[in-house]
Write a protein that binds this ligand. Structure first.
Ligand SMILES: *[C@@H]1O[C@H](CO)[C@@H](O)[C@H](O)[C@H]1NC(C)=O
Ligand SMILES: *[C@@H]1O[C@H](CO)[C@@H](O)[C@H](O)[C@H]1NC(C)=O
Ligand SMILES: *[C@@H]1O[C@H](CO)[C@@H](O)[C@H](O)[C@H]1NC(C)=O
Length: 367
């Protein structure tokens, strides 16, 4: 009897704490900052913690969960009285969430710029309630810039411009670099347009004056944190200013001889043979840039500029220890696939002139 009385008293005390301080029993721990990628899933992590010594934690039932986004009138997700409703594209992160599951994280199925902002999560259980908030920042990686020349066939004998564009989020910046990878002193102003989905289109137009053109212009895009995300080079027909008048001559002094047709076997190595020929006796000619493009692929598959070699996975120079005096600039495809079939361009820039040539790979598979 005494025992039962004590138990009743304890329960009464617990109850009174429960009603006056019900927020003390339930905490929601949210990750304060979440970063989501456009078009990808994003998760806003919030987990309920029962702080006081609730005896049967497993038995605590969640009665209400309401997820709101600042600026959106309706809750984006609402669980009340056993019923779950949500706006399209939102759900609990836990695929088969039930009202004993403390992980009330919100899943945004396909993140868009409009999902950026502050969210609150309200939870009510049979042992108390609380609310907390969290934030989602959205990013969209800037793509490889495009460079649009004006006029289309810009060369050193006409004035013209190059317009560089790249799209992403949040606001980044574009910068122009010369062939020695030095930034232009006077960077053109970057124009910013917004797409319908809220992404930023950065655009920068560099004016090029007749006679002062360089052989290569590079536009780099930097994200909001200031990290470089991508770059694109435009290689013009000619070389530096002093050679401007002898454009024809320069072109003529460098030739690239490519095997016009190459056949590769699926899953085997393929080589696209291209060799530089210096028409005159240019003994010490140095290669400044080599860019291998595949038609239909936005990025170069292999790029050598400013002493730096980068390539997409599975591509390299055929020469294992190629250096910038080696005229054999053949491309090696390590493991040929059907998708490798197509036309390739090899764009070469040397200190004695530039040129480019094309070659083709046909892929055959063994049956
Ligand atoms: C809100 O979340 C933060 C971060 O997890 C946590 O430190 C804080 O105690 C929470 N507040 C409440 C009222 O649950
Ligand atoms: C919540 O659930 C999701 C989906 O199962 C999971 O990825 C996430 O790690 C969980 N969060 C915590 C803090 O346990
Ligand atoms: C999220 O965005 C806010 C507002 O733009 C900014 O203050 C905060 O530093 C960002 N957080 C992260 C992790 O990027």
């Amino acid at each position: 009897m005494a025992c039962a009385g004590f138990l009743l008293l304890t329960l009464a005390v617990l109850n009174s704490i429960g009603s006056s301080q019900s927020e003390a029993f339930v905490k929601i721990h949210c990750k304060t900052q979440n970063v989501g990628q456009c078009e990808q899933e994003s998760r806003l992590d919030c987990v309920i913690h029962y702080v006081e010594d609730i005896e049967d934690i497993e038995d605590v039932e969640i009665v209400v969960v309401i997820w709101r986004k600042e600026g959106v009138e309706e809750p984006v997700l609402k669980y009340t009285h056993g019923e779950l409703t949500s706006l399209p594209g939102y759900s609990f992160a836990e695929p088969s969430w039930n009202n004993k599951n403390v992980n009330v994280s919100l899943l945004i199925h396909k993140t868009a710029v409009k999902d950026e902002g502050d969210y609150t999560c309200y939870v009510s259980t049979d042992s108390g309630y609380n609310t907390n908030h969290t934030r989602l920042n959205v990013t969209a990686k800037y793509g490889v810039p495009t460079i649009q020349p004006q006029p289309q066939d810009i060369d050193l004998n006409t004035d013209g411009s190059l317009t560089c564009r790249s799209t992403g989020y949040p606001k980044g910046r574009l910068s122009w670099f010369d062939k020695d990878n030095k930034p232009w002193l006077e960077q053109p102003e970057v124009e910013v347009l917004t797409t319908e989905s809220g992404l930023f289109i950065l655009s920068s137009t560099l004016n090029i004056q007749r006679g002062s053109a360089f052989s290569q212009y590079t536009c780099k895009v930097f994200n909001a944190r200031g990290d470089e995300e991508a770059e694109k080079s435009f290689i013009s027909g000619g070389s530096s200013q002093s050679h401007a008048e002898s454009l024809h001559h320069i072109r003529a002094s460098v030739e690239i001889h490519c095997k016009t047709q190459n056949v590769g076997q699926c899953d085997q190595e393929s080589r696209l043979d291209c060799v530089i020929h210096y028409v005159e006796d240019l003994e010490d000619a140095e290669i400044v840039a080599i860019i291998w493009w595949k038609e239909g692929v936005e990025e170069p598959v292999l790029k050598y500029t400013h002493g730096e070699l980068t390539s997409l996975p599975g591509y390299s120079f055929a020469e294992p220890s190629w250096n910038n005096k080696n005229v054999n600039v053949s491309l090696l495809i390590h493991k040929t696939a059907v998708k490798d079939e197509g036309d390739y361009t090899c764009d070469v820039s040397t200190d004695s002139g530039d040129n480019k040539n094309q070659t083709r790979l046909n892929v055959t598979g063994e049956l």
